[in-house]
Design a binder for this molecule. Structure first.
Ligand SMILES: Nc1nc2c(c(=O)[nH]1)N[C@H]1C(S)=C(S)[C@@H](COP(=O)(O)OP(=O)(O)OC[C@H]3O[C@@H](n4cnc5c(=O)[nH]c(N)nc54)[C@H](O)[C@@H]3O)O[C@H]1N2
Ligand SMILES: Nc1nc2c(c(=O)[nH]1)N[C@H]1C(S)=C(S)[C@@H](COP(=O)(O)OP(=O)(O)OC[C@H]3O[C@@H](n4cnc5c(=O)[nH]c(N)nc54)[C@H](O)[C@@H]3O)O[C@H]1N2
Ligand code: SF4
Ligand SMILES: [Mo]
Length: 739
């Protein structure tokens, strides 16, 4: 018998609604759910491979525990006992501060990652916390934090209404969008052009997104901050600055004008490799458009001036009057965001409240740079990492200098990984706890709803039973129980009960809460029956911006209401809400925060320095996802290959044809060459997430076509100093013929 079930896709930030076909207790296919309120039927090749991903025979079905040096299948009881034993030993001897935690990207796509990883970190009480954020969007957090007082006050382009979109350092036709949650990003870009709007793409490679643009500027990698400062200069110079209604909320305008003085388009043009006239036209068009949005991503973020670039994206949005208005960049309001309180000055945002032990890097959002993980494990002394917990991460491939991290991970006293695969990172674990596949997991976009181009709420309960294994929420809750001394046999619901009790105590005591003064027990009893994560989701929804406030607003959201609307609930277009968002001590937008202004000194130097002859950038493929989807036959092969893309004239000049040797600060690789006249001269690209040729891993399809690990070219010493983010784009390399 064939059956269907609805399920939100967890494989990228677009969060498409899928209709799964089910037969004989497994998923057999997936198509886009045309009735989904947010995605309206869109699906990409990865979503279409949901069944293959879900049924991948290489997924771990049982925990693995290291016995006599060998990872061996074990029961769940045995595995949790081994965790209690292994972590317990390190905790007793060195304390929780000696446990390092690495949180990977899929945590942004799972209910468990959103609700329980913070509890794991808190139970450890460690400051050795690392994540994919410092290989990704941390610069954006820091820029937002300094400007708006909140590192999660995301400015998202209003894709459905904008008249002019500048995409800088992003390739949404391939990535399907990032830090902007928009199913069918390609369709939205086509719709923009159809309604007479314009698309400008700024990218050193002529990407698929660049190919559909009205205009493509191809700067030298790493120069976005200078280019944007050139735009800022032109806006002031040509009297095009007009902040619109947000003007009364902005401090620091004159400082920004003064700062941009030295960065005239004519001054930065050579450095950026973009004509001054192009930069001026960009400024004029942005100012003239009825509405416009500048949207920056990986190419603007994981670079030497990542935080400056991320800041300047929004400086341009503000100077052209496009902040917080339809068609500009706006602040989404997620269904689990707390109900807005009356505007009041906040405590602001700071980085560097503590520093990493070895290199003294400042923390950002309570995290240390992923690029510093290996040295924190290797370097003896007080606070050295003795045990490591990885949850949904593969830093051996995703972070700089994987060989070094590989050796470091092999040296810790104990390592725990929560991951469905035995891969380049988890092969070092003493215990691997595998969560069930997506079909047996719930889905709710805790993180990504806050980035959605249209406010919405959708929930997918597990589609299939998870047989006799714990779901990821329970796995993480049990780890919390072990860490808090209750032991692995404790009831995981205790963990959720505690969060619920603490949240309600705080809310009922807050005069501005929608449940101010109400009785905690009464509210607790009103929560939906079900697993702990559902009760917590219900709690957040009901206290949230659209919530029912526990009956006070009967039409408001509850988990039950979401369950009754399996295609989701549309919560309308983005609306202006700057006042609710601002949390700076001044209560104003800080257009020129001190730290950012100070960092422009580095930029000033860069503008006059001699550029490297060849620099390396990254690229993504539509049928790939970081390091962990090379194991699906349907997605592998074809153009999805680990090749060095280079302009044919560069290749001819260097004398490379089929294969090249690439040397970077961290090592060298031999790679197949792919000629592409869409690459800017002097720029070459390699995708990341490859290098599946290490022994002792369990992804057979991936191992058959391993590729090379691009991050081996990177020694991890070059970071964006304000955010601790690794420089992954614009790395100087030498490309040579082989032999
Ligand atoms: N050179 C270069 N390096 C890069 C990048 C780049 O552009 N260039 N991009 C960077 C970016 S943006 C990112 S986000 C990082 C990603 O860095 P990571 O998050 O470290 O790496 P991923 O490859 O996403 O690994 C995800 C892991 O999660 C596991 N997993 C999958 N689903 C689940 C689940 O439901 N639960 C659990 N517990 N585990 C699961 C997978 O098996 C895999 O081990 O890579 C970064 N590295
Ligand atoms: N198919 C697929 N989709 C994915 C992923 C995947 O691996 N595959 N990964 C997911 C993740 S974790 C993330 S974070 C997102 C990332 O989403 P995006 O940022 O949209 O993805 P990228 O393809 O890395 O795009 C970065 C672009 O920046 C360009 N670039 C490099 N250096 C510079 C520079 O200095 N300046 C400018 N202006 N451009 C530069 C590159 O050529 C590239 O086209 O994608 C997500 N979606
Ligand atoms: S675009 Fe992203 S969310 Fe949509 S189907 Fe593809 S992988 Fe899934
Ligand atoms: Mo990412």
């Amino acid at each position: 018998m064939t059956d269907t079930a609805l399920r939100i896709c967890p494989l990228c930030e677009a969060t498409c609604g899928l209709t799964l076909t089910l037969a004989d207790g497994r998923v057999t296919g997936a198509r886009g759910d045309r009735d989904d309120v947010f995605s309206a039927g869109f699906i990409c090749p990865k979503g279409a491979s949901f069944a293959e991903l879900d049924n991948d025979p290489d997924r771990l079905a049982t925990p693995l525990v290291r016995r006599d040096g060998v990872l061996t299948e074990a029961t769940w009881d045995e595995a949790f006992a081994a965790v209690a034993d292994g972590l317990g030993g390190v905790l007793a001897q060195h304390g929780g501060g000696a446990v390092g935690v690495y949180l990977g990207n899929p945590n942004a796509h799972t209910v468990a990652g959103g609700l329980y990883t913070p509890l794991v970190v808190r139970a450890l009480g460690t400051r050795q916390v690392f994540s994919a954020s410092t290989l990704d969007q941390m610069p954006k957090h820091v820029a937002l934090g300094l400007m708006f007082g909140s590192p999660v006050a995301f400015t998202v382009p209003d894709l459905d209404r904008t008249d002019y979109l500048v995409v800088i350092g992003a390739n949404p036709l391939v990535s399907n969008g990032s830090v902007t949650t928009a199913p069918d990003f390609p369709g939205k870009l086509r719709a923009l052009r159809k309604r007479g709007g314009r698309l400008v793409v700024i990218d050193p490679a002529r990407t698929r997104t660049a190919e559909i643009a009205d205009r493509h500027l191809a700067p030298r990698p790493g120069t976005d901050a200078a280019l944007l400062l050139g735009v800022v200069h032109a806006l002031f110079d040509e009297a095009l600055v007009d902040l619109g209604p947000v003007a009364e909320h902005v401090d620091g305008l004159e400082q920004v004008r003064a700062l941009a003085d030295d960065f005239a388009p004519e001054v930065v043009a050579d450095h950026c490799g973009v004509a001054a006239s192009e930069i001026r036209v960009l400024a004029r068009e942005l100012a003239a458009a009825p509405s416009a949005a500048v949207y920056g991503r990986i190419g603007t973020s994981t670079v030497e001036f990542g935080t400056l670039g991320s800041w300047l994206v929004d400086v341009v949005n503000i100077l052209t009057g496009n902040l917080d208005r339809p068609g500009g960049v706006m602040f989404p309001l997620a269904p689990t965001a707390p109900a807005p309180r009356p505007p009041k000055p906040g405590r602001g945002f700071r980085t560097g409240r503590w520093h990493s032990r070895v290199s003294g890097y400042p923390e950002a959002l309570s995290e240390l740079p992923a690029a510093a993980l290996a040295e924190e494990i290797e370097t003896p002394g007080e606070g050295q990492i003795k045990a490591i917990v990885t949850i949904a991460g593969n830093p051996v491939l995703s972070a700089p200098d994987g060989d070094r991290l590989d050796r470091a991970l092999a040296s810790v006293d104990f390592m725990l990984s929560v991951d469905p695969y035995l891969n380049e990172t988890t092969r070092h674990a003493d215990v691997i706890l595998p969560p069930p596949p997506p079909s047996a997991s719930p889905h709710f976009d805790l993180a990504l709803n806050a980035l959605a181009v249209r406010n919405n709420a959708r929930y997918s309960p597990p589609v299939l039973p998870r047989a006799d294994r714990p779901d990821e929420a329970e796995i993480l809750a049990r780890i919390v129980l072990i860490l808090s001394g209750v032991g692995a046999d404790g009831d995981p619901a205790l963990v959720d009960d505690q969060v619920i009790a603490a949240t309600l105590a705080k809310e009922t005591a807050d005069p501005d809460s929608p449940v101010a003064g109400r009785d905690v027990d009464e509210l607790t009893a009103m929560l939906a029956e079900g697993p702990g994560y559902e009760r917590r989701l219900d709690l957040m929804l009901r206290l949230g911006a659209y919530g029912d406030a526990f009956g006070a607003r009967p039409d408001g959201l509850t988990l039950a209401a979401l369950k009754a609307a399996p295609h989701g609930i549309d919560l309308g277009p983005l609306r202006p809400r700057l006042a609710e968002v601002l949390r700076t001590p001044s209560g104003r937008i800080e257009l020129a925060p001190d730290q950012l202004v100070a960092d422009t000194a580095r930029l000033r130097e860069a503008v006059t320095s001699t550029p490297a002859a060849m620099v390396l950038i990254g690229r993504r493929h539509l049928r790939s996802n970081n390091s962990w989807m090379h194991n699906l036959p349907a997605l592998a092969g074809g153009t999805n290959r680990c090749t060095l893309r280079i302009h044919p004239d560069d290749a001819a000049e260097i004398g490379v044809t089929d294969t090249a040797r690439v040397k970077g600060p961290g090592g060298e690789l031999v790679v197949p060459v792919e000629l592409d006249d869409g690459m800017r001269r002097g720029v070459t690209s390699l995708p990341h997430g490859w290098g599946h040729d290490r022994a002792g891993t369990g992804q057979q399809v991936a191992a058959a076509e391993p590729g090379v690990n691009v991050n081996q070219l990177n020694d991890g010493t070059t970071l964006d100093p304000l955010s601790g983010t690794a420089v992954l784009n614009g790395i100087p390399v030498l490309v040579e013929p082989v032999g």
